[in-house]
Design a protein around this ligand. Structure first.
Ligand code: SF4
Length: 438
């Protein structure tokens, strides 16, 4: 029996994998601890998405190796996307690491820990799965009232800048009954909010020959007693159908919120990114969503500095963002990813220009977000309480996904974390709201 700590890096999809790994480690009889400096075994679930994320993963592995060299821990195990992508290179660069397991690590951890504690090194789990592989219950690491629920893995969209299809493999849907069963278990365990994740939810069921399968899944999830909020993330804009808009609009437990990664607002750039759909279609989807539910909150992400993004193309992006007035926006500068089609493109945009464009777009969006947040002053919103300190609570409204969106600060609120309260909004800034309980 070993003391095992796990460091989870990257996106919520990786976090769910980490929770699965924690479940496996527990079933193997090991003790989970959070303080790596006291651990016998340190597992790092790495991220390999873009350069900055890779650097963070390498740093975390380096810290664990330092602990091993100092004799406090006996084994270091790197799993996940970076291990999947660069196991051989990492094994050469860090021979002190006892094991590298790719994204197929689930089911291999118990034996890998045994081998590592026995002084053997392992490189495995690198074969990209072609169909969904269900594993035992995970250990929830999010607060007890909210949980991510993964409905698929991998991606077939092959956007020109993205390495995920090569890291996580072909798109594979999780069988519906597994998802429903887990959602029911989570609801029975007191989870109120389920955040649906995958690389692209709208691809759900395509690999099983089903169309619009996400709609059917949402209909079933919407019936689960005990759940209050079902939040769909990562919906590919060109694949948002009228039926999907309907169930989001009418589903009682489905929050009036959608995450719609649009990536750009210029058709030539979208084509160069190999993104399906075009600006006109995206604007139609957004107006269809708002026609059904004017209060719907829309989140998106944009990439600036993509090769070939001329000043005119960037101007089109600014115009697009000004027109569609989104609630939540994340902006990233283009990051060259080895092995992706975009990495071969010539007409690069300098890092400085990309930074200037990111800043311009963020400042434009800050004004829009402030305007949209201010529209809630005087209105009542339901908030899920995340924490309370000295009578001031921090919560999230339907407009706020965990960790990436805003919060509402509620004065004179004694509600417990995990409770829902009605809040009268009294103030707003570009990210957050302020209010009092009603
Ligand atoms: S939709 Fe595009 S950006 Fe998203 S994971 Fe798939 S290939 Fe990558």
């Amino acid at each position: 029996m070993a003391k095992v700590s796990l460091i989870s890096l990257g996106c919520p999809k990786n976090l769910v994998d980490s929770e699965g790994a924690l479940g496996e480690v527990t079933r193997a009889g090991h003790e989970l601890i959070t303080d790596s400096s006291l651990a016998d075994v340190i597992i790092i679930n790495t991220c390999g998405f873009i350069e900055s994320a890779r650097a963070e993963s390498v740093e975390a592995v380096g810290q664990a190796v330092k602990l091993k060299k100092s004799g406090t821990c006996k084994a270091v195990i790197a799993i996940g996307c970076l291990a999947q992508r660069f196991a051989a290179e990492m094994a050469e660069a860090a021979p002190e690491v006892d094991a590298f397991l790719g994204i197929g690590h689930a089911g291999l951890l118990a034996e890998t820990i045994e081998s590592a504690l026995g002084g053997k090194t392992t490189v495995g789990g690198l074969e990209l799965p072609t169909k969904w592989d269900e594993h035992g219950p995970r250990v929830q690491s999010t607060p007890p009232w909210t949980s991510y629920l993964k409905i698929a893995d991998g991606c077939d969209n092959r956007c020109a800048y993205c390495a995920i299809p090569d890291i996580r493999g072909r798109f594979r849907s999780r069988p519906k009954e597994y998802i429903i069963d887990e959602a029911k278990r989570l609801a029975d365990a007191g989870v109120k909010e389920i955040v649906l994740i995958g690389q692209d939810l709208t691809q759900y069921g395509e690999d099983l020959g089903m169309s619009n399968a996400l709609v059917g899944l949402l209909v079933r999830l919407n019936d689960i007693e005990g759940l209050r909020w079902i939040r769909p993330m990562y919906c590919y804009p060109a694949k948002v159908t009228p039926e999907l808009i309907d169930i989001i609009a009418t589903g009682e437990r489905i929050v009036k919120y959608i995450d719609l990664p649009l990536q750009h607002g210029d058709n030539d750039v979208l084509n160069a990114m190999h993104r399906k759909g075009n600006v006109e279609q995206y604007e139609q989807v957004i107006s269809d969503l708002r026609a059904k539910r004017p209060e719907i909150a829309i989140r998106s992400t944009f990439i600036v500095g993509f090769p070939g993004e001329t000043p005119a193309a960037f101007h089109n992006l600014l115009g697009f963002v000004r027109r569609i007035k989104l609630d939540r926006v994340g902006v990233f500068t283009y990051s060259i990813e080895e092995g992706t089609p975009a990495a071969k493109l010539k007409n690069r945009v300098s890092a400085k220009t990309a930074e200037v464009r990111l800043d311009k777009l963020m400042r434009l969006q800050q004004g829009i977000s402030l305007e949209r947040n201010k529209a809630f002053i005087g209105k009542n919103l339901e908030a899920l309480i995340e924490s309370t300190t000295d009578g001031v609570a921090i919560g999230r409204t339907y407009r706020d996904a965990p960790e990436i969106d805003g919060i509402v600060q509620i004065k004179d609120c004694a509600a417990k974390p995990g409770a829902f309260v009605n809040v009268k909004i009294t103030g707003a800034d570009e990210y957050d709201l302020v209010g009092v309980t009603q």
